[in-house]
Design a protein around this ligand. Sequence first.
Ligand SMILES: C[S@@+](CC[C@H](N)C(=O)[O-])C[C@H]1O[C@@H](n2cnc3c(N)ncnc32)[C@H](O)[C@@H]1O
Length: 270
Amino acid sequence: MACTGRTGTVREGSPRVDTFESQLEAGASADVSGWDFAWLEGRATEERPPWGYGRQLSQRLGTARASLDIQTGGGEVLAEAKRFPPTAVATESWPPNVAHASQLLHPRGVVVVADPDEPPLPFADGSFDLVTSRHPATIWWSEIARVLEPGGTYFAQHVGPASAFELIEFFVGPQPQARRGRDPHDEAAAARAAGLEVERLETARLRIEIFDIAAVVYLLRKVIWWVPDFTVERYRDRLRDLYDVIELRGSFVAHSTRHLIEARRPRAGR
Ligand SMILES: C[S@@+](CC[C@H](N)C(=O)[O-])C[C@H]1O[C@@H](n2cnc3c(N)ncnc32)[C@H](O)[C@@H]1O
């Protein structure tokens, strides 16, 4: 989730014009395809990691020879890059996003490959000098190592442990086991076990602030991993409770976690 400053429908100091029911309706009827969160403008904010993944991604694509972006979603982040190497490919599994990404990236010369997020990646060994990924749902380190050429780099921003768990646990209760998942050090160890050298690992904990229930419904319909069995009807009572919390406090606060990881496939003979 990446949303910006607080503007739009929620105005400072004026009485709220929309009700619980109308907010539910707004969140339930919004289009959730693609992986762009602009719809949340004015309804939620999230701090950005300090390292500027998009900017660095663009710089690296500018000097690479052959790049692969794994699980590119709707292609929105990749499409922000200034220019692409002669060979540029992106994989995507979810059909609405395959269409979305192809529309956005094919005119930029990036080929979008529909791939079921299961190994093997549909590419030959050593095909790319740059492999990237932002917030992949699954990570196959041995496949990343295999498709990198010797000396090639994996540059990615991953979702960290217990990301947005204040919101998730509000709906599904405490998740002590899941809280331990996506640990950056475990991932670095898995990358090394796949033969990669981890050169950089930075972490960040980022404030999320949610100002209405429409944003919650939208998020839980879009980020399907958070509350997998989410429907407005099934969670109406908890949505009402959260609406009352926001009415009382003005917002609901959660935290996302992210880590930047850079790993290299050793050059031949090392
Ligand atoms: C969290 S998304 C990240 C997408 C992209 N890399 C980005 O950062 O904008 C990771 C993967 O989940 C897929 N995905 C998103 N929503 C989905 C859904 N409702 N069902 C199945 N896959 C979904 C995306 O298409 C993408 O391949």
